[in-house]
Design a binder for this molecule. Structure first.
Ligand code: KG4
Ligand code: ZN
Length: 328
């Protein structure tokens, strides 16, 4: 089966071709453009998508020796995400689907982040818990079987990635903040400062990160000469502690066989290692799946992988971008 996948939900224009199990993808990053404003300006992101999407599609088809007519499916992210960014991908996919007579599949971005794991690990044992941590989302989902999702908790305000990005800005670091903070954290002492662990003992699976951002703001104001590497290490530790503690609670309560982690923050080395370490202490074995680094942040390969979970094409004439599409 030949799938062309398109992902434009935020600030990466990404296209992929999946030929059975072989994946090829191309991503045009807008990071340099958004660095100028310290974050994503939606209209700017949409304009950037428009400029590169067709050249990228032409290039990936050429690279994989396929014509549009040889495709079996076109998969596109229809939500959640930035409406203007999503629309570029969705309208492109609809047009190509109509002109090439190829069925169109509407894919949820969160499901894509979970499915990023299936690119390299196709055999997953269920039930599973999925932890999706990105710039826009922090969610824990229970999956009793493949492609079935029950939301058990999410953030009440900022997402974990958003917390990295906003605190990085407070600290004078470049966008996106996650990679910058995790890089400086390697040189810092995580026990140097104590930042709050919001909702750590709330007894449920809700998260909240906006207070942590405010704590860093006041800390920086009151301690202008504090070591930046130590601040980054201490902050990263606070975020990871909350994410892993709640995830482990869910693993035990739902007695799952697998933990699936996905989203840009899944690239964080401390989160990856802490998940590994925590699963060593569980009485029954739980397999940890975290995507390869290249499939953590937004990419179309994960959208192709998610497309394989579905059999029903979308209605070409009614499908549209849905910025608030909930997976469950
Ligand atoms: O999944 P993604 O590419 O886009 C959304 O769906 O939001 O995630 C982007 C987020 C950004 O907030 C970025 O700072 C964060 O992922 N991120 C990281 C790391 N790499 C990317 N956060 C922490 N540590 C990292 N190494
Ligand atoms: Zn994402």
């Amino acid at each position: 089966m030949n799938i062309l996948a398109i992902e434009t939900s935020c600030d990466e224009t990404s296209v992929a071709v999946m030929q059975d199990d072989k994946i090829s993808y191309l991503t045009a990053s807008q990071i340099d453009v958004h660095k100028l404003t310290g974050g994503v300006v939606p209209e700017v992101a949409a304009r950037e998508h428009v400029q590169v999407i067709m050249p990228l599609i032409e290039q990936i088809l050429k690279q994989t020796n396929l014509t549009g007519q040889q495709l079996d499916r076109i998969a596109v992210t229809t939500g959640p995400g930035l409406i203007t960014s999503l629309m570029v991908g969705v309208e492109t996919a609809r047009t190509l689907s109509y002109s090439w007579h190829v069925p169109l599949f509407s894919i949820n971005h969160i499901e894509g982040h979970i499915a990023a794991n299936f690119i390299t690990q196709p055999n997953i044992e269920y039930p599973a818990i999925a932890l999706v941590v990105s710039g826009g989302h922090t969610e824990l989902l229970f999956m009793p079987k493949p492609a079935t999702y029950e939301l058990i908790g999410k953030t009440r305000d900022d997402a974990a990635g958003e917390c990295f990005d906003k605190t990085a800005r407070i600290l004078g670091l470049a966008y996106p903040g996650g990679p910058e903070i995790s890089k400086l954290a390697t040189q810092g002492n995580a026990a140097a400062f104590h930042f709050p662990r919001p909702m750590l003992d709330s007894g449920d699976y809700s998260f909240s990160f906006s207070g942590l951002k405010t704590a860093v703001l006041y800390f920086k104001r009151d301690n202008p000469n504090a070591n930046l590497n130590d601040i980054c290490a201490s902050l990263q530790q606070a975020i990871v502690d909350v994410l892993v503690k709640k995830t482990m609670k869910a693993i035990k309560q739902y007695q799952v066989k697998t933990l699936l982690v996905g989203g840009g923050v899944a690239a964080n080395p401390l989160l990856r290692q802490t998940c590994r370490d925590a699963l060593q202490c569980v009485s029954t074995p739980v397999t940890l799946c975290i995507p390869a680094l290249e499939y953590c942040t937004d990419n179309a390969a994960m959208i192709a992988a998610a497309c394989k979970l579905h059999n029903e094409p979308a209605d070409l004439f009614s499908v549209q971008a849905d910025p608030n599409w909930e997976l469950t």
